[in-house]
Design a protein around this ligand. Sequence first.
Ligand SMILES: Nc1ncnc2c1ncn2[C@@H]1O[C@H](COP(=O)(O)OP(=O)(O)OP(=O)(O)O)[C@@H](O)[C@H]1O
Ligand SMILES: O=c1[nH]c(=O)c2[nH+]cn([C@@H]3O[C@H](COP(=O)(O)O)[C@@H](O)[C@H]3O)c2[nH]1
Ligand SMILES: NC(=O)CC[C@H](N)C(=O)O
Ligand SMILES: [Mg+2]
Length: 525
Amino acid sequence: MSPIEQVTNVFDTILVLDFGSQYSHLITRRLREFNVYAEMLPCTQKISELGWKPKGVILSGGPYSVYAEDAPHVDHDVFKLDVPILGICYGMQELAWINGKQVARGEKREYGPAELNVVDTTTPLFKGVDHSTVWMSHGDKLHGLPTGFKVIATSNNSPFCGIAHESEAIYGIQFHPEVTHSTQGKTLLKNFAVDICKASQNWTMENFIDTEIKRIRELVGPTAEVIGAVSGGVDSTVAAKLMTEAIGDRFHAILVDNGVLRLNEAATVKKTLGDGLGINLTVVDASEEFLTKLKGITDPEKKRKIIGNTFIHVFEREAAKIQPKGGEEIEFLLQGTLYPDVIESISFKGPSQTIKTHHNVGGLLEDMKLKLIEPLRELFKDEVRHLGELLGIPHDLVWRHPFPGPGIAIRVLGEVTKEQVEIARKADYIYIEEIKKAGLYNKISQAFACLLPVKSVGVMGDQRTYEQVIALRAIETTDFMTADWFPFEHDFLKRVAARIVNEVDGVARVTYDITSKPPATVEWE
Ligand SMILES: Nc1ncnc2c1ncn2[C@@H]1O[C@H](COP(=O)(O)OP(=O)(O)OP(=O)(O)O)[C@@H](O)[C@H]1O
Ligand SMILES: O=c1[nH]c(=O)c2[nH+]cn([C@@H]3O[C@H](COP(=O)(O)O)[C@@H](O)[C@H]3O)c2[nH]1
Ligand SMILES: NC(=O)CC[C@H](N)C(=O)O
Ligand SMILES: [Mg+2]
């Protein structure tokens, strides 16, 4: 059974077919917020190959025009499922195209807010939604009613703002209920999923834990053992804790100390995960090996590749040392893959340009013939955090800022040496300590210090100094795809700068990075 089927077996599921809108994943997000499980698949999904039956189907928006030659279209078998269907923007245009082709370019494009005017107040879709602000983003529009449909709502610019089939539960709306700018959008989606599709609202993290533990136990069986790379970050910790709940000591977690972790990190993780959470954790000190391989390397991509490859070697070496009690070989590898990674890889649009190679232990052990276990592959980050809290993982760990696999190596610009790492580490520690003291840690999505490979002149105690520069970074973001810098108070920056220059040998100057992403990225390398 596929991972999707295992979940849809237990939870009523709404199928979201993605036509490539930048908002598609938000539809899934919103439904899960009111505890209805939703799965997104590409619009090209063949219904006969689905393998499970959804309670309803949502057709998303998309950048294409339905009348264009290369436009994507839904498999018409979707109507044979005999479940309610909701088309959003392109999705509605697709319904209209299938039922009479009344779609063309509008005279005016329509982006932004509009007021919804419900014409048919008996339709369950609009319960509690009339006269609310809805968000529009389209250039095409319906020029007539599709065969068999009636108008259920209008807006100033869209006479066919909402349509419904005369006799079947098929609906179309021109606006985007999934974006927060549509003030009652979530109510509308709930009307569809709960009232119209009759999906039960049982998608809770409590239920997920039970289901997942059961699933892991069945998958692994009574004796097999599992290994996993654990960083002390949120995702791998939550995944490791879940594994431990399911199979106890048959799960072997490995933390690789690559010499570019944060200050005291390996010891702290050993204490919190090993002693605190009862996770069977081995810390491998490979710092010399990493630092030796990084010697003389200044190119960011080369650093990332070296670290990625060395991770693999160390991990494989350690895995080979484990002797399962039953005598057989390790069969499974745990990975902390999240739903956004899965969505990314199922998108029917081509891959986007590589800006930087994100180190990931993910996908590394193909030739090891290990089977993957990915307990978080259906979850968004905030669901993972909620799950972490329920599993008793300390609050501070659950709400930790993400930390990249290549660690401080990509925060020491230029060559990475032990001394340089030490400087960056100390500065970072002071910076984060001050952020926590000021009560700002949870307002910031990620913060860290970078060590720049330039020297600058200063004066300390009447002496001329000629030392390096620390750049501080702090950003706010929801998905790390775009980000803005955090507006600290002057006094805060002043305090941090003074402490770093006073307490960290080798630093004479501190700057604050005020670039958003884009055009910059979060990390400096
Ligand atoms: N030092 C390390 N030792 C062992 N595994 C690691 C290490 N650093 C990263 N990994 C592996 O790489 C994966 C990807 O790292 P990533 O930073 O994306 O996730 P995370 O560390 O679990 O969570 P977070 O996003 O909160 O940092 C981790 O889940 C873990 O399996
Ligand atoms: O596990 C990781 N391995 C990596 O190689 C890596 N590079 C960047 N990041 C993190 O990704 C987010 C976006 O960072 P960028 O804007 O720099 O690409 C930020 O949260 C970065 O910290 C990484 N995480
Ligand atoms: N947001 C959308 O789904 C847009 C649909 C279509 N591309 C249009 O411009 O009307
Ligand atoms: Mg991490």
